[in-house]
Structures are given as structure tokens and as C-alpha cells.
Design a protein around this ligand. Sequence first.
Ligand SMILES: [Zn+2]
Length: 207
Amino acid sequence: MKSQTSYLQIFVRHVPAGAVSYCYNLWLEHNFLLKISEHRRTKLGDYRFLAKNGGTHQISVNGTLNPYAFLITYLHEVAHLVTFSGYKRQVKPHGSQWKKMFRELTLPVLNEEVFPRTILDALQRYLANPKASSCSDLQLMSALQTAGDDQSGKLLLDLTEGASFKLNGRIFIKGQIRRTRVVCEEPSTRKRYLVPVQAVVEELLNC
Ligand SMILES: [Zn+2]
């Protein structure tokens, strides 16, 4: 059984920084197992009710998704969980009750602190009528993946301490991690900054 801290770390690692506490609180509220899966070509995530031991909710999400696609897939699956808890198997998996719940769960993250402007427009259109026929809405997901891929580079989290990297045209050195942020020093000014671990940066190779 994972600890609460390790669940927090999952969200820090996989969702946009502005959505970490929201996702974590949903997990606390609904109390389910969250599995991070290897890349699966056929699906992005799933929700299951495991009947053993009095019943457990389990959600899995592909760990290879970029933070935007991960977040939407996560909310898609939490909407299944909540819908299942309320209606059991009396309603369709992607019926009107699920759509309503998915919209409700997504609204709090539909802002520019979480998503780039370009994705927000696509998301808002999609939420007007989510057409999921399966847990993989490929059109939306490819838009989300593409938006994430524009930022070629690495997550700051994945660099080793002491590594140099470029962010917004400036050069920094990665220092210690403090919860969800990293202390980084800009050598040219010797100033220190707290940068979210999720920042996508360009690693500079030391000559
Ligand atoms: Zn689904």
C-alpha cells in the first residue's frame, strides 16, 4: 500500500503543477488504488471495481502520457468511479451521468494555470459534449499530446542534481528538491529560484 506522500509524488510527477493538489484531494476524497501503467496502445487508462475484500476502486493511467493527457485521463477515470458509486451498473459507462460528472470534475482545472491557451479552447469545445465511446478519446488526446510535445525537452525532475539547463533562454543549475519545486541557481547572477519539478527544460551537456 502506497503512503500518502508517495501518492502526492505521483501527481507531482504526472500532472501539470497547477493541478497537483486538486488531483491529490480527489484521491483523498474517493480513496482508490491508483496504478501507473506502462505504455498501452489500446487504452490510456481504466477504472475497475474489485469486488474482493469488501470492494476496492482501482484506477490506472498510462505513465507515458504527457501531464495534460494524464490529467484528463485521470479525471475521465475518476468520473467513472463516482458514477459507478452512485449508479452501479444501471447506467452506460459513457452515458449522460458520466458526462455530467466528467464536466464537473474538469471545470476546476480549465484555466491557464493548468493548460496552455491552445489546449483550453479544444478542451472547452470537447466538454460541451464529450463523445467518448471508450476510455480513449483519440482526437482530444492527440491534441493534448501534440501540445505537450511542442515543448521538446526534459522534465526538471529527471535531471540529476548539479546539471545545467536552459529555461526561457536563461541558464540555471539544478539544486535540491523541496517538495514540488527545485532550488535552481542562475550562475550569471548567482541568484536562486524555485522552479516547479514539472518544468520542461533543455538540458545542457557539460563539456
Ligand atoms: Zn471511459
